[in-house]
Design a protein around this ligand. Structure first.
Ligand code: UDP
Length: 422
């Protein structure tokens, strides 16, 4: 492919707007992934349009990230936040709007990369209606998620059906870890083409601050023992496990111990309710003096928080990939994580951090203390983590793997006859 117009792609992320603030309800890893992939692809010469659903009247319709990469917001359903489990009913309108946008702008996307099952349905419609080729990233697999839930939402049957259909029909599925690949094969379908390309992180930004400077900036005692959580307030994230584990730490009761729980929330929404619940547990356990909840941490300040921490904890019950783990590692901070999903791929047990069974409070407590009691080992784990991320999880590396995949998909093969005008 050498003509510029051929390197055009639509990234579809119906509920994960790549241009909004990250770290609030339902805005997390997927938004970061789409935005970073989009920008990195544009640097490789792609014209990138990222489509998302408009959720507020104040939002601009088009946000330009650079001359070749933009977010385009389509109006489908009410112009307000809609939880993702209620989004399926608005997808038909989303497809119509996308087709209309193409018509108005005289564009046709030959290639779409959909993100999360809702967008996969949109991608399948474009494939059906205009022969677009489809690449899909799940970000979360319904069947795995539902296995870890007590009650299953009404949308489950649609989700499972769509997730199977896209696996069997897309030109390629991107699994972000070997664990996700295994889940697809064992739990969804044996059919379909899957390639493993991980998520990435900004190895220049994370790791740009040293610990001493970070602690000065955040006014944290150089001698403090800092345990950090970063992420959304969602029961699946296991923040309760972390709080209870810190309460059992051998450092609990010393003035040096500090627990920082970073993440945004909106009062009254589901993340606001989870934050209230967590604060309730903190109070009940008498931990208010050693616990800080700074709210949403911007992507600009995050490297400073990671660098200031002795250990970053990712206590999720289930985690398809877990960007926070590689962000912490890129910052030279060891990770204690649940031994699940993508975390088993990113965190190397005893080398870049520790993996422990999900929801196992004593095991988390012990793992945190092993790192807090051994500063020399902490440095070694941190260094090994940083090296691992540089080698395997830079956005530039991820984007060049995607670039190769897209190029291969768009290049006509012998099996697909090319129509040549006589
Ligand atoms: N994040 C952020 N500010 C916050 C909390 C989270 O920018 O206050 C970002 C975090 O840096 C990471 C993403 O949100 O890039 C969370 O991604 P992850 O894959 O860990 O979890 P998900 O949200 O996809 O479940």
């Amino acid at each position: 492919m050498n003509s510029k117009t051929e390197k055009r792609i639509a990234l579809i992320s119906v509920h994960g707007d790549p241009a909004i603030e990250i770290g609030k309800e339902e805005a997390g890893g997927q938004n970061v992934y789409v935005r970073q992939v989009g920008e990195a692809l544009s640097h490789l010469g792609w014209e990138v349009d990222m489509f998302s659903r408009r959720v507020s009247a104040d939002q601009e319709t088009i946000v330009k990230h650079n001359s070749q990469c933009r977010t385009i917001r389509l109006t489908s359903g009410p112009v307000e936040f809609v939880p993702r489990d209620q989004g399926f009913q608005y997808l038909r309108e989303f497809v119509d709007q996308l087709l209309e946008f193409q018509k108005e702008n005289e564009i046709k996307y030959k290639l779409v990369h959909s993100n999360y099952w809702l967008s996969s349905w949109v991608g399948m419609q474009l494939k059906q209606k205009q022969g677009s080729k489809q690449v899909h990233t799940y970000h979360s697999l319904g069947i795995v998620k539902y296995n870890s839930l007590k009650s299953i939402p009404p949308v489950a049957s649609d989700r499972l059906r769509v997730e199977k259909q896209v696996l069997e029909t897309a030109e390629r599925i991107v699994a972000t870890s070997p664990q996700e690949y295994e889940h697809m094969r064992s739990l969804v379908s044996q059919k379909g083409e899957i390639e493993i390309i991980p998520c990435g992180t900004d190895i220049h930004r994370f790791g740009s601050v040293d610990r001493e400077t970070a602690r000065k900036l955040l006014k944290i005692d150089p001698e403090a023992k800092v345990v950090l959580y970063v992420g959304r307030f969602d029961p699946r994230k296991g923040i309760e496990t972390l709080v209870r584990a810190v309460r059992q730490s051998q450092f609990y009761g010393s003035e040096k111990l500090q627990l920082i729980i970073g993440g945004g929330s909106t009062p009254g929404n589901s993340d606001g309710r989870e934050r209230d619940r967590i604060e309730g547990i903190v109070r009940e356990l008498g931990m208010t003096a050693c616990t800080i909840l700074p709210g949403r941490l911007s992507q600009e300040i995050l490297p400073t928080y990671y660098a200031a921490a002795d250990v970053c904890v990712v206590p999720s019950h289930y985690e398809p990939f877990g960007l926070v783990a590689i962000e912490a590692m890129a910052s030279g901070t060891p990770v204690v994580a649940s031994d699940v999903g993508g975390l088993q791929f990113t965190v190397v047990n005893e080398k870049t951090g520790l993996l422990v069974p999900p929801q196992d409070i004593p095991a988390f407590s012990k793992a945190i203390d092993r790192i807090l009691t051994n500063p020399q080992w902490r440095e070694e784990l941190g260094q090994a983590g940083q090296n691992r991320v540089k080698d395997r999880f830079s956005w530039d590396g991820v984007a060049s793997q995607l670039d190769a995949l897209y190029t291969q998909i768009l290049t006509p093969t012998a099996k697909e006859p090319v129509l040549v005008a006589k």
